[in-house]
Design a protein around this ligand. Structure first.
Ligand code: ATP
Length: 289
């Protein structure tokens, strides 16, 4: 018996860092949006008493460093279920280390699949609570849609789901270390904080234009991604309504009103960037196939 779950990527329509917490973590304000780029996580039972991991993409760890391994260990510990043996296969489509929560989405999908496979009957909220012990973005990846995420990202509030049809996402080659991104915030002399209240009001009332007008990412003030400037100028040339970096980068997304503009923008970006996509928002984080 096996269960396959789609694990959707996310973009941050807003991310601001409100403060550094005494434990070194950061107090965040984020508006999260699930998007239609997804990995497929298949969990099947074996009789090995082990957790075996395989992935279609070289470079993704297949040992205990993989977030799906952590998810499985936490699942068995927190539900008191005996691990008689499982195999987890990840079909990787979400760009890695991109600010799109690819790993967190896989962790969330593994929890959802295990809950199905072992008939543990956990609610979404219970899975999200286990997910929070694995990674700050995992609870959102279980819930999905459009949500406000606060504190380290684990405190979630429901928002009306935005329906955004034409989202272009590009992952430039440049790597950004999330740790270095937060360190850059910590040592910054000045931070221009974002209109978080206005964003929350716009999102809460389903005011799409109000949301698009406020799309912003505080990390853009500290992280230098030369390609970001180039990508944004291409997106603006093709008439995007807004464009922004996602998470701590380096991925950049642009939202377009017209499909033709998004398609033209994608075609131009594809000439220079291997990892460029056109997708829509989705109203869930995980989906059992
Ligand atoms: P976030 O937006 O949450 O910061 P990200 O998109 O920037 O995440 P991930 O794709 O989650 O980054 O990967 C970050 C690192 O985590 C990778 O370099 C990889 O070594 C490790 N990793 C562990 N499990 C996975 C997984 N299932 N898929 C991808 N990377 C994983």
């Amino acid at each position: 018996m096996k269960v396959t779950v789609k694990a959707y990527a996310k973009i941050n329509l807003m991310i601001d860092i409100l403060s550094t917490l005494p434990n070194g973590y950061h107090d965040l304000f984020m508006i999260m949006q699930s998007v239609g780029i997804y990995d497929r996580v298949t969990v099947s039972r074996t009789d090995s008493k082990d957790i075996e991991i395989t992935c279609t993409k070289a470079g993704v760890p297949t040992d205990e460093k993989n977030i799906v391994h952590k998810a499985a260990m936490k699942f068995f510990a927190d539900t008191g279920t005996e691990n008689t043996g499982i195999a987890i296969h990840i079909e990787k489509n979400i760009p890695q280390a991109a600010g799109l929560a690819g790993g967190s989405a896989d962790g969330a999908a593994a929890l959802v699949a295990l809950n199905e496979l072992f008939g543990t009957g956990l609610s979404q909220k219970e899975m999200a609570q286990i997910g929070g012990k694995i990674g700050a973005d995992v609870p959102f990846c279980i819930m999905g849609g459009t949500m406000a995420a606060q504190y380290t990202g684990t405190v979630l509030s429901f928002l009306p789901d935005l329906e955004i049809n034409n989202i272009v996402i590009v992952k430039p080659k440049q790597d950004v270390s999330t740790g270095e991104a937060y360190a850059a915030f910590d040592s910054a002399e000045r931070v221009r904080h974002l209109d978080t209240r206005g964003m929350l009001m716009a999102a809460a009332t389903g005011d799409e234009k109000g949301v698009f007008d406020r799309v912003d990412n505080v990390f853009e003030q500290f992280i230098d991604v030369p390609d970001r400037v180039v990508i944004k100028s291409i997106m603006r040339k093709h008439g995007c309504e807004c464009c922004c970096m996602s998470g701590s980068g380096p991925s950049v997304f642009g939202i377009f009103e017209k499909r033709e503009d998004a398609e033209r923008c994608l075609a131009e970006l594809k000439k220079s960037y291997e990892e460029a996509y056109l997708c829509s928002s989705v109203s869930k984080g995980c989906e059992v196939e």
